[in-house]
Design a protein around this ligand. Structure first.
Ligand code: BG6
Length: 491
């Protein structure tokens, strides 16, 4: 968490009555208030289509949401939270929004620092950015920042158009593109792990690393989000952003400084070295009925709102190759899916085996690669696997982990939104996505979206279609870790 003091600010949520506001934003804002991290002059103005909503009814909703926050910021809800209807979202509605913002700021002696958070469905991003600009809301007496949720565009062309529109009225330094994975402590720690521990840097390259395997698995299905997911699929929903961010953080060069410009420049640079993905190196899947956590669950096509003949992928496995000096020839395997056996995000760095097997009596198969497993959620921690001699005769090797768990060392970790909102308020863009990175990322995946790739069925509760094991080698570590590391997952 940043400790830069937070300026007095008005936090405007567009889409204030939506799901994201209720589940993520308001609880995070309330925690920041109750922890005293945002100061006394921190106001929230919810804006939405709902004409029936007033300051009072919005505050009543806010009370319910902050119920679980300790201490409950009830006084803040009553004095610092407001609501403004956006009607049909016409020019006059945005002018009314501007007038309301100015009135609130005048009444509370605010310096005019504003955040506009677009907690909206993706199709509403462009009209809203356009309307804010047209209403003169891109500038203010203080600073103005705009926050845009993912997915940022749905292919290269639309991402470029969205960037161009945003840049019409806002500078890049005002634009905070959210990928909530970048707000997770364990993801932020990837850079600390790499760049604060000198022992790994000399190993972090093609001479020592055989492959990198990234898993972003969920046990949940599509839930009530079919309307969005049918238009997205796993490639757009998880790969282009979350999983590729993880690959980028593992692959990037050492930045010249730990600041937003230096880090974001390295991230974009490394992504530019990814070679076009061959269709042989991609497997799509779609879950069919199966069993998760001992409970029978329906297939994707039986979920509410999903077309009976939907071809949308709920699973992707693919291989990325970075064509640069550090990573030439080292495959980065990515696998993500819904209705997997467990929720698990982890990065495995698989090191090369010793060049010569000294322990000939064992046979080469008994020697394992060293493995660095970074579990990003839910049992956050690291394991570094070594071969050790199991006591006694005959000679046997056993791979055992050096293990660290966040929970044990630090207790519960803050929620990603809490971290990111604080960074927005302090103006730190390090963990936000730069326009260039978004475009390079879409450049990699857009060709796949244009191919008729078939989504192979896989039963819910499994690790994806058969064919995926070819791309995501479960390898020798499967199962061995689980027996020695509670809950760290397996492939
Ligand atoms: C979101 C995706 O960005 O990330 C969802 O739209 C997915 O489909 C979610 O469920 C996963 O986030 P987390 O933090 O639970 O891993």
């Amino acid at each position: 968490m940043a400790f830069t003091p937070v300026d007095p600010a008005l936090f405007v949520i567009l889409g204030a009555t939506g799901d994201l506001t209720r589940r993520k934003l308001f609880p995070a804002l309330a925690r920041l208030v109750s922890r005293g991290l945002v100061g006394d002059q921190f106001l929230v103005l919810g804006a939405g289509r709902s004409a029936g909503m007033t300051d009072e009814t919005f505050r009543a909703q806010a009370h319910e949401i902050v119920e679980s926050t300790q201490p409950k910021p009830i006084k803040w809800c009553d004095q610092c939270v407001f609501y403004q209807t956006l009607g049909e979202g016409r020019g006059t509605d945005y002018k009314a929004l501007r007038d309301r913002i100015e009135r609130i700021e005048a009444e509370h002696h605010m310096p005019g620092n504003r955040v506009f958070y677009l907690a909206l469905i993706p199709s509403a991003f462009s009209p809203t950015i356009d309307a804010l600009g047209q209403a003169g809301l891109a500038r203010s007496p203080g600073w103005t920042r705009i926050v845009i949720e993912k997915p940022f565009g749905r292919d290269l062309e639309s991402a470029r158009a969205l960037n161009a529109l945003a840049h019409r009225d806002f500078d890049e330094s005002q634009i905070f593109r959210i990928d909530h994975y970048l707000g997770k402590e364990t993801v932020q720690n990837l850079l600390v792990f790499r760049f604060a521990n000198a022992i790994f840097e000399s190993l972090w390259n093609r001479n020592h690393v055989e492959s990198v395997r990234i898993t972003v698995a969920e046990s949940l299905g599509v839930e009530q989000r079919a309307g969005y997911y049918e238009q997205a699929g796993a490639l757009r929903d998880m790969v282009q952003n979350h999983a590729t961010q993880l690959a980028t953080l593992v692959a990037m060069e050492v930045p010249v400084a730990y600041n937003a410009d230096a880090i974001r420049a390295e991230k974009t640079k490394v992504l530019k070295s990814v070679t076009p993905i061959s269709l042989r190196d991609v497997v799509f899947g779609q879950y069919i009925a199966g069993v998760v956590d001992g409970q029978p669950v329906p297939g994707y096509r039986e979920e509410p709102g999903v077309a009976l003949d939907s071809r949308v992928e709920t699973f992707v496995a693919l291989k990325l190759n970075f064509d640069n000096w550090r990573w030439q020839g080292v495959p980065f395997y990515i696998r993500t899916g819904k209705r997997m056996p467990e929720r698990l995000t982890q990065v495995d760095i698989v090191f090369r085996r010793p060049p010569v097997c000294l322990f000939k009596s064992l046979g080469a198969r008994q020697m394992h690669s060293n493995l660095l497993r970074m579990v990003l959620q839910p049992h956050e921690g690291f394991s570094l696997l070594f071969d050790v001699k199991a006591p006694g005769e005959p000679m046997r090797l056993k791979a055992l982990p050096l293990h660290f768990e966040y929970q044990e060392a630090f207790g519960t970790l803050p929620d990603a939104y809490e971290t990111l909102i604080l960074e927005i308020l302090t103006g730190d863009q390090t963990h936000f996505v730069h326009a260039d990175w978004v475009e390079v990322s879409w450049q990699i995946y857009t060709p796949l979206l244009q191919e008729p790739i078939e989504a192979h069925p896989y039963p819910a509760g499994t690790w994806g279609p058969e064919d995926a094991s070819r791309l995501f080698p479960s390898g020798e570590h499967a199962g061995r870790l689980i027996s020695s590391m509670a809950g760290a997952g397996q492939s």
